[in-house]
Design a protein around this ligand. Structure first.
Ligand SMILES: Nc1nc2c(ncn2[C@@H]2O[C@H](COP(=O)(O)OP(=O)(O)OP(=O)(O)O)[C@@H](O)[C@H]2O)c(=O)[nH]1
Length: 211
């Protein structure tokens, strides 16, 4: 992919091991990789073209590293994002605390960024409901408060993964339509160029977004 036009910059944020890379893998390649866990180093980029009604929308998805070691780098990647998918693991309460940390940052620093909260690994709850460590209703209240949308997904089974990314694209289209109607100009699409990926199975890493 070179010089591909991206309509919506999407950034994946969340504690390490919550399943950000797996979510992108399921959505983009419809697969769930088994084998030893490989943490993301820095960030990885992938673009996905999709349809919303009769429109084509290209999502440019930045999968950031969850390790706190890379926190400063993740900040570079969320700059200018139109959507952030903030992930937490439904079986790990500390990962929800980390999600709140990212929400706070985005709310303070990226006003125009729509937040999607994503509770991951829902298949583990289907196996054993007692594994849930993050209450659905608590998160729903929190999501209402911060005007975010909430999804619970499984990259293993694919549950709600397409719906999540579809909603991101649909929201982009309706906001863009609203802006055209009201005459408010919309930022021009981001141009990307190709470069080898920093990590993992995702590919096509463009230049980091400029501040
Ligand atoms: N059962 C189950 N396991 C999952 C799911 N999603 C991810 N995992 C597992 O959780 C581990 C971490 O997944 P990753 O996608 O690498 O997590 P990450 O958030 O990208 O991690 P970092 O790159 O370190 O930030 C891997 O062993 C995955 O196989 C899921 O939906 N269900």
């Amino acid at each position: 992919m070179s010089g591909q036009r991206v309509d919506v910059k999407v950034v994946m944020l969340g504690k390490e091991y919550v399943g950000k890379t797996s979510l992108v893998e399921r959505y983009v390649h419809d697969r769930f990789l088994v084998g030893p866990y490989q943490n993301t180093i820095g960030a990885a980029f992938v673009a996905k073209v999709m349809s919303v009604g009769d429109r084509t929308v290209t999502l440019g998805i930045w999968d950031t590293a969850g390790s706190e070691r890379y926190e400063a780098m993740s900040r570079i990647y969320y700059r200018g994002a139109k959507a952030a998918i903030v992930c937490y693991d439904l079986t790990d309460s500390s990962s929800f605390e980390r999600a709140k940390f990212w929400v706070k940052e985005l709310r303070n620093l990226e006003e125009g960024c729509q937040i999607y909260l994503c509770g991951t690994k829902s298949d583990l709850l289907e196996e054993d409901r007692r594994r849930r460590r993050v209450d659905f209703h608590d998160v729903q209240d929190y999501a209402d408060n911060i005007k975010a949308q909430l999804f619970e997904t499984s990259s293993k089974t694919g549950q709600s993964v397409d719906e999540l990314f579809q909603k991101v694209a649909e929201d982009y289209v309706s906001v863009a339509a609203f802006q055209v109607m009201t005459g408010v100009s919309f930022p021009s699409p981001v141009e990307t160029s190709s470069r080898p990926t920093a990590s993992g199975p995702l590919h096509e890493l463009p230049d980091p977004p400029k501040e």
